[in-house]
Design a protein around this ligand. Structure first.
Ligand code: ZN
Length: 186
């Protein structure tokens, strides 16, 4: 089932996600609905907050993006074809950020029509759990590293506008105000 994507101004986007200690049918159904919602919106990542649930749950799929490469190691082994490892459904992810950063263009399904260059770590390590209760380690660079940082921020109530330069944020200020007003009316 496709879910409604919450937009900027919705307080749930600022809520820190609760840890998921037990995967039940509700969590499995939510993850499935999030994947459907993300794919329908042509997104590469979606956090539970974006569909109204303050939980440590995110889904990602960068396999369709060919012009922005990624690398991925899963449990220490390189993944040659990213499509075989996608989509990812991650519970309770913890991220370690590499020191080196680079700017790169980012958008967000909760901020339609807004994109900006954001500085992110080039490489990250993420420990997470899967729906099957398996603990996994992902080492990523490129677009996947960026998407993981963006989504894990969501799980902690952090939005990409918080990481924009003040100039970029100022350039989007009227659109951001309009979005907040539209959300308040819902
Ligand atoms: Zn986002």
């Amino acid at each position: 089932m496709k879910l409604t994507i919450r937009k900027y101004g919705d307080p749930v986007l600022r809520a820190k996600g609760k840890r998921i200690d037990e995967v039940d049918d509700n969590i499995r159904a939510l993850a499935g609905d999030m994947l459907e919602t993300m794919h329908a919106a042509n997104g590469i990542g979606l956090a539970a907050q974006q569909v109204g649930h303050a939980l440590q749950l995110t889904v990602l799929d960068v396999s369709q993006i060919e012009d922005r490469p990624s690398t991925m190691n899963l449990n220490g082994r390189p993944v040659a074809d990213l499509a075989t490892a996608m989509p990812l459904v991650l519970l309770n992810p913890q991220v370690r950020l590499g020191e080196a950063t680079e700017p790169g263009s980012e958008g967000c399904l909760s901020f339609p029509e807004i994109s900006a260059d954001i500085d992110r770590s080039i490489a990250v390590e993420v420990e997470a759990e899967t729906l099957d209760g398996e603990e996994i380690l992902i080492e990523a660079t490129g677009l996947l590293a960026r998407a993981l940082q963006h989504e894990i921020d969501h799980l902690n109530g952090i939005l990409f506008i918080d990481r924009m330069s003040s100039a970029a944020k100022a350039s989007h200020s009227s659109r951001l105000r309009k979005l907040q007003k539209e959300t308040a009316k819902l």
